[in-house]
Structures are given as structure tokens and as C-alpha cells.
Design a protein around this ligand. Structure first.
Ligand code: ADP
Ligand code: MG
Length: 675
């Protein structure tokens, strides 16, 4: 197919330019056509020179007042001139574009667009693009696309080639949607959309084009997910619970449930008593006490003769769950077992057998649980903790261990509504929106590394009082990235200096599991005072005596992740402190750090992060398994998503069309999701 041909088929793209295009991910003509602008400039908004302000993007219609001159500064050649409109003059400079000296004619009028800076109290327009006012060949309309680009690949060049492609190949683009579907969903054709996403005729056509492309993107993402998940809509409930009394277990729990916990629990119990199959996301900020809900629900399943399983993303967290479940379940002679890859072969075999034969009623574990050879006897309750750390497929694989069991998903990472809808669709959401009593507000500070001595002293004071501290670094060792603090080197440095009177150990995901366990145990029991760690401690860990969370290179982490890390402290009766260290001067970083200080609402933080950094970075990594979107925006496009979901439901009645689209989605699945 022509669209798959290399861009070198285009006039003027040789090996050198090809490399530039490759750099931004463009190899074929199709890639180029699908290379949507990252932004637009509205050239309707021409402003007067007297209105120019520092650090703003401007359009100016002005005359060249002076023949451009070239000033050499070392290797740099600066091309300089002055332009003027009826309201004033402004200096214009370009760098190294010597040809401009002759290209720009004194006395001619142009439109210039670029950024204005103020230096030494003087405004200068820097490296603007320009266009002669009589130039009829202007690409695009009054709205001009701006593409993500790379050095030496100018906007002009990109626009030019995209324009050429559209002129020659637009007709080759296939529309996956039928005419009727387009009409029913109020969508324009693909051709119109592509053309107008690059060069919108006007604002309205841009919105029409964008809506179509966002719809399509969300449509196939959502459809792929339906395929992965299967159509596991609520089906028959194979697991009816007759005994719903929880008084006995509540007696063994060392605290009183919060109102929020009670509400969620009662809602769920009511659903069970109505005979419904549970398919539920329990969302609650870090520390809101979700584990105990998992425990109580497991208890109900077990009490009614079934098995229950809870899967956690790290061995550390799974161990912790195992211990707290076992502690309470031992009172009821419930056999609680633990399954991770770290087990000795013999123990593992025995555990597997116990699970298969039903001797193990409560099963706690990590990813190991979803291995093929793990079989359950009578699994009625499937719980995934810290859901965002698992892929859709992993969660589903666990679900399939039972015969349509009840499913509970727990997450502390607040998921923006759009993402939640994509991932979970028709899942019910219950929110634990209250922290247990007596928690103190965590104080958060944001400093640069020149304060190190001071905050180390502060940490020492806490340690002297008997408290403990976490220090988080983004890298494991120096070889990861020289510019980042790394767990191993950092530990070496502080062990024998600042913290020489205390036991300091490091922890990261690549360590042997028994050593990790040992270190965590020693941290629990207080014989280690400082843990220097990667984000492996991010989820779930619960050491109430720890009051310090120091995060180095804080700019490296997503807000949701920082919030999770901060959630490791403030879990006991002592006042806790989170110190964010960053030397980044970027505006976005500053804004993000300030947000951390000003709110402890995880939902707000995650929405803000999505806005500032985009979904790709949402969880700090891409563990959630949702692709980067080319055009859809999880923050803005929730309405379109809802329409997409409706349209998919309706489409199911039209088998032929549905299967056709499913085939297309299926082909893209492997690229779209990390499976
Ligand atoms: P998360 O929701 O982050 O998973 P956890 O379940 O780990 O939170 O609970 C955090 C801490 O709060 C644990 O030490 C737990 O024992 C405690 N906790 C939970 N519920 C209550 C409650 N109702 N009253 C007092 N402490 C509670
Ligand atoms: Mg938890």
C-alpha cells in the first residue's frame, strides 16, 4: 500500500533528511500524515508592536526598516534587523541563518511570528518565522499547525511535506467507520478529519476534525480492552453467601471501623445479600484502610465455604498482607497461605497443592498467583490490591482462576475519571473517603539540594527521638544515570558520615527477595532506622514509627507517585514530614512541587499531574498499561469517551460491523497494550 512507502519517495527527502524524520518517529508516508500537530497558532490575532510583552508568542505585521546585517560572535552568526508597524519598532534576530541577509528585503512588509524576549530592558523578537504579505502560496489557513520537531527540521519543512502528502495521498486513507455509523455518532469522514487536523479551515472545522480523531482513538482502545477482558459483564452469581454476619470478625479487629469503611462495607454486603455478583473498585487514599475491607470480605467468602485470594504487586506488600490476615484468621482456624516466587521449591509445591485441594482458604500472593499451574478449588472472591501496578491482562488472569468469582479491585492511586472509565468501564466504584482518626497532617517541604546539611540535621533529630526515616532515590546505582541520586552510592555516602550512629540500609527491586524481606522486617521492628530505597516502598508499606520521607530528585516522580510515597509516613501518632528535594528550575516542576505542599488530596494531585505532564507519565512509569494517546486527552475528553462507550454498546447489535471493527482492534492490540 502506498501509505506504507518510505518517506524517501517524496521529492527532496534523501538520506540526511530521512534521519531527521526518523528521529521524530516518522518512517512512512502514513506516519507523516498521522503526525498530528502538538499545537496551533492562530494568525487571526495579529498584534501591534507596542503590545508586545516579554516572553510571549506574537504575530506582527511589519515592515523591514533596515537591511539585515550579520554579526559574528565566535561560531555564532547573528542576523539582525529592525521591523516597524504604525505603533513602534522592534529588533529581530536569527541565528546562523545567513541566507536571510538577502532573503529579507528592506522596505517589504511581512508577517512575523515568534517569541519576544526582554533583555537589558529591550524587547527582541527571536528567530521568528515569516511570510511575505503578498505570498499567496501560504500553507494552511489562518490557523497554523505547530509540530513537535527536532533540530534542523523546521516547522516550515514539516508543514511543507505534510501538505504534499495530503495533496497526493489523502485519498488512500481508509475510513474504518461506515457512513451510517459516522452519521449516528455525528462524526466527519476520516479524510476531512486528517486534512483539518493539520490545516484547519477555521476553528469549527478543527473541532470537528479533532472530535472525529479522538473518537476513533478512544474507540479502538476501548474495543481492544473489551477483547482482552472478554465480555465479562455481570453474569450469573455462582457464589451466594448465606451467612453475612461479621460481628465475630469485627471483635478481633483492634480498632473501630471509620464511617467511610462502614459505608463501603455495608453497601457491598447489601449487594451480596441481593444476590449480585460483585465487580467493584474500592478507591481510597493511602492510609484510608482498604486492607481491612479486603480482609472482612475474604472472611465472608471463607465463612460461606469458599476460597478467597488477594494479589499484591510487590513481595513486600504481599508479606505484610499475609501477616496481618494470618494474625486475625488464625482466631477462626482459617488456613492462610502465602505464594510468591521467592518460596523454596518444596514449600511452593505444598502451598500449590493446598490451594488446589481447598485446604488453603485464604491465599495471599504476588504475580506468582496467576501462573498457569496454580489452580483453585472453589474460588469465590478475587481481590487485587494496588490495581494500577497490574496490567489489564494480569488482573483478568487472576479473575479466571475462579468460575466468575466476585471481584474486588483496590487502588490508592486516584485514577482520573476518564482513565477509570476506559480501564474499568462498568465497574462500580466505592470510595473510602475518610482517614482513620488521630492522623496528623503531614508537613511537606520543597527545597533544593543546597539545604542538604539542614535537612539531614533535622532528620537526625527525629532519629534521636526514636523515629525512623525513608529516603527515596530514583536510581539504583550510578550506572543508571550519573545525574541522579542512586540508592547504593547514596547509602555509602551517608552511612559513615551523617548517620554513622544509626543503622542505614538500602532496598531496591533487584535485590534477592529474602534479603529484601529481612531488611523490611528489621525496619518494622526498629533495628534499622533509615532505609534508602527506590520506589519499591511506594505501595502499601506500613511502619507507623517512620516519620520522615525524604525524596531526592523529586522532579523525577509523578505527583500520584509522590503522594503514594508520602503516604508511607503519617501512619502513627507522631507528626510526620515529607521533604522533596529538587534542583530542577522548570516551571512545571515548581508548579508540581507547590501542589504537593498545598494539598494532600490524591485525586486533585493526580488530575493536576495529568494536566501538567500528560498520561504517559501518569504513574511515573507506564505500568498501568494504557497507551500514550496520539490525540485523545484523558483530562479533556471524558464526554467523547462516554459517547464511544455508548456507541460500542449499540454496535454490538450489528454483528457484521462489530466484528469488522473488532478485527481491526485485535490487530492493534499488541501495539496498544503491554501484554
Ligand atoms: P490503605 O488504604 O492505604 O491500604 P491500610 O489498609 O494499609 O491503608 O491501613 C493503614 C493503617 O491504618 C493500618 O495500620 C491499619 O491497621 C490502620 N487502620 C485501618 N483502618 C483503621 C481504623 N478504622 N481505625 C484505626 N486504624 C485503622
Ligand atoms: Mg493498601
Amino acid at each position: 500500500m502506498i501509505l506504507k512507502e518510505s518517506i524517501t519517495n517524496l521529492n527532496g527527502i534523501g538520506a540526511e533528511r530521512e534521519t531527521l524524520f526518523n528521529k521524530i518517529g516518522i518512517y512512512t508516508i502514513e506516519d507523516l500524515i498521522m503526525y498530528y500537530p502538538r499545537d496551533y497558532q492562530d494568525r487571526d490575532k495579529i498584534i501591534k508592536i507596542c503590545e508586545c510583552e516579554d516572553n510571549t508568542f506574537v504575530y506582527i505585521k511589519a515592515k523591514i526598516m533596515k537591511k539585515p546585517e550579520i554579526i559574528a560572535k565566535g561560531f555564532l552568526k547573528i542576523i539582525k534587523t529592525v521591523i516597524s508597524d504604525s505603533t513602534g519598532n522592534i529588533e529581530v534576530v536569527w541565528f546562523n541563518k545567513v541566507y536571510l541577509k538577502n532573503a529579507l528585503k528592506e522596505g517589504n512588509e511581512y508577517i512575523f511570528w515568534g517569541k519576544v524576549y526582554k533583555k537589558l530592558n529591550k524587547l527582541t523578537l527571536e528567530s521568528p518565522e515569516y511570510q511575505h504579505i503578498d505570498d499567496k502560496n501560504f500553507i494552511g489557513n489562518s490557523i497554523l499547525p505547530i509540530y513537535k520537531s527536532t533540530k534542523k527540521l523546521s516547522q516550515k519543512m514539516l508543514r511543507n511535506y505534510i501538505k504534499i502528502c495530503l495533496d497526493n495521498y489523502l485519498d488512500c486513507i481508509e475510513d474504518y467507520f461506515e457512513e451510517k455509523f459516522l452519521k449516528d455518532n455525528n462524526l466527519c469522514t476520516k479524510k476531512y478529519a486528517i486534512k483539518n487536523i493539520h490545516f484547519p479551515e477555521n476553528k469549527e472545522s478543527f473541532f470537528i476534525a479533532r472530535r472525529r480523531l479522538v473518537f476513533e482513538e478512544l474507540f479502538f482502545t476501548q474495543l481492544s480492552l473489551y477483547i482482552i477482558k472478554g465480555d465479562n459483564k455481570k453474569t450469573n452469581n455462582n457464589f451466594k453467601f448465606n451467612d453475612l454476619n461479621i460481628e465475630d470478625i469485627l471483635e478481633k479487629i483492634p480498632f473501630k471501623l471509620t464511617n467511610a469503611q462502614n459505608t463501603v462495607l455495608n453497601d457491598i454486603i447489601k449487594e451480596i445479600s441481593n444476590g449480585n455478583l460483585l465487580y467493584k473498585l474500592i478507591q481510597g487514599d493511602v492510609g484510608s484502610g482498604k486492607t481491612i475491607l479486603a480482609l472482612i470480605l475474604s472472611y465472608l467468602a471463607i465463612k460461606n465455604g469458599y476460597q478467597s485470594v488477594i494479589m499484591a504487586p510487590t513481595e513486600i506488600l504481599a508479606t505484610q498482607h499475609f501477616e496481618s490476615f494470618k494474625n486475625i484468621f488464625d482466631n477462626f482456624n482459617i488456613n492462610t497461605v502465602f505464594l510468591t516466587s521467592g518460596l523454596k521449591k518444596r514449600d511452593k509445591l505444598k502451598t500449590k497443592l493446598d490451594i488446589e485441594q481447598g485446604n488453603a482458604q485464604m491465599v495471599v500472593g504476588t504475580h506468582s498467583l496467576i501462573q498457569e499451574d496454580i489452580k483453585f478449588n472453589n474460588l469465590a472472591m478475587v481481590i487485587t490490591d494496588e490495581q494500577h501496578r497490574f496490567s489489564v491482562k494480569q488482573r483478568n488472569d487472576l479473575f479466571k482462576k475462579g468460575c466468575n468469582p466476585h471481584m474486588i479491585i483496590m487502588s490508592a492511586t486516584p485514577i482520573p475519571r476518564t482513565l477509570g472509565l476506559i480501564l474499568y468501564g462498568d465497574l462500580d466504584i466505592s470510595i473510602v473517603d475518610e482517614l482513620p482518626p488521630g492522623r496528623q497532617k503531614i508537613e511537606t517541604y520543597y527545597v533544593n539540594s543546597s539545604y542538604r546539611e539542614r535537612f539531614f540535621n533535622f532528620i537526625l533529630k527525629e532519629l534521636d527521638k526514636g523515629r525512623q526515616a525513608y529516603i527515596v532515590c530514583p536510581a539504583i546505582d550510578e550506572s543508571d544515570d550519573l545525574n541522579l541520586n542512586s540508592v547504593i552510592e547514596y547509602t555509602k555516602k551517608i552511612k559513615d558520615s551523617y548517620f554513622k550512629n544509626y543503622r542505614v540500609e538500602f532496598l531496591h527491586g533487584k535485590m534477592k527477595s529474602n534479603i529484601k524481606q529481612e531488611i523490611l522486617r528489621d525496619f518494622y521492628n526498629g533495628s534499622i532506622q533509615v532505609i534508602v530505597s527506590t520506589t519499591v516502598i511506594e505501595v502499601g508499606i506500613n511502619v507507623p514509627n517512620a516519620t520522615i520521607m525524604l525524596i531526592e530528585n523529586a522532579e523525577r516522580f509523578g505527583l500520584a507517585q509522590l503522594h503514594q510515597l508520602r503516604g508511607r509516613i503519617g501512619r502513627g501518632k507522631y507528626k510526620s514530614y515529607c521533604i522533596l528535594v529538587t534542583d530542577s528550575k522548570s516551571k512545571v516542576t515548581k508548579e508540581r512541587m507547590k501542589a504537593m505542599i498545598s494539598t494532600d488530596n490524591g485525586f486533585k494531585l493526580s488530575e493536576l499531574d495529568l494536566k501538567l505532564r500528560g498520561p504517559g507519565d501518569f504513574f511515573g512509569t507506564k505500568q498501568h498499561g494504557i497507551p500514550d494517546f496520539k490525540i485523545a486527552n484523558l483530562y479533556k475528553d471524558i464526554d467523547i469517551l462516554k459517547e464511544v462507550q455508548k456507541s460500542i454498546d449499540l454496535l454490538k447489535n450489528n454483528k457484521i460491523n462489530f466484528n469488522k471493527l473488532k478485527d481491526i482492534a485485535e490487530k492493534n492490540i499488541l501495539n496498544t497494550f503491554q501484554l
